[in-house]
Structures are given as C-alpha cells and as structure tokens.
Design a protein around this ligand. Structure first.
Ligand SMILES: [Zn+2]
Length: 173
C-alpha cells in the first residue's frame, strides 16, 4: 500500500472531496491498491462543471473510468480496465438488481471479498452478526461475519486511506 501515491495526488483528491467525499475515498483506495473497482451512482446529479472536474482529475491520477447507462440512470465506474470492461455486460440490469449472477459479478467488478458477496446473496442487508462491527462504516461491502479474514486483511489499508481523506477534508484551504 502506498501513502506516497496519495500524497502525490493530494490536489486531485481535494477536488474530488468537494464533489463527493466517498468518490475521493474510493479513488484513494484505488491508488493505494486496496480496491480495484468503484461505482458512483450519482453521475446524473452532478453539474457539467463537476463532471469536467472528475474527467480531469481521473486523467491526472491515471485512473481509468467510464460512464455506463443502466435502465434507470447513468453511473460512473472507475478502476482496473479489466473490471471496467466486465461491467459492460452488467449495465443492462437495473442498479439494484437482486439477480444472483448480477450480484456475484458486480461483487467481482467492485472488488468485494467473494465470501461476503455470497453471504450478501443469501442474507441481503440483514446480517445481525456484523451490524455493530467496528469501522463497519468505512467499508463498501457487507462483511460476511465478525471475523471475515478477507475483510480483516483489507482494514489496515482502508483505515489508512480513510484517515488521509478525512484529514484532507478538514484541512484549511
Ligand atoms: Zn467475508
């Protein structure tokens, strides 16, 4: 995991925070190697100026991205090109589709631990075991259990990027 890459892209991450802090956080996770794909569902709600800023900052940070049309709205997807390409086949489904093959492949594209995707398919949002997990809110997926090894392995990088983005967010500009 690389803190330098975050430092080097501070200005760009700054600009993303002003648009949407989750977007900046996900970009930071990608830069640090902790997350290979992210989907931002709010593309249609952005102004033209904000869209331009995103195009420029993604370019400067060297992050590959695309905008995809779902039946109900457009979403921004960024990450490894391999994943971005795999997304093409999924865009014909509604964003919140519960189709098992869709959820499974979306889990791969968005880089969620496979065990957690499997658990999500079975239990959905109702997983009493993990509801009160510490740092639950800094994850993008629902952990399958209290001590999911795959999730635990991600936590150091997630905490590091979360701290970095939070500090940037509250810095004097
Ligand atoms: Zn898991």
């Amino acid at each position: 995991m690389s803190h330098d890459l975050l430092e080097n892209n501070k200005e760009e991450l700054f600009k993303l925070i002003e648009i949407d802090s989750d977007l900046a956080y996900a970009a930071g996770l990608f830069l640090s190697g902790a997350k290979r794909g992210y989907r931002h569902e709010g593309w249609d709600d952005l102004s033209d100026e904000e869209k331009n800023i995103i195009r420029k900052t993604m370019g400067k940070m060297g992050i590959k991205w695309m905008v995809y049309s779902h039946p109900e709205r457009n979403v921004l997807l960024f990450g490894e090109m391999e994943n971005v390409e795999a997304y093409r086949k999924l865009a014909k489904f509604p964003i919140s589709s519960t189709d098992t093959s869709y959820v499974k492949r979306m889990g791969e594209v968005l880089d969620y631990p496979p065990c957690c995707t499997e658990s999500f398919i079975v239990r959905g949002y109702n997983n009493p075991e993990t509801e009160f997990l510490q740092d639950f809110s800094i994850l993008f997926h629902f952990p399958c259990r209290t001590h999911c090894e795959r999730t635990d392995a991600l936590m150091p990088a997630y905490r590091m990027v979360w701290k970095f983005i939070s500090q940037l967010n509250f810095q004097e500009r």
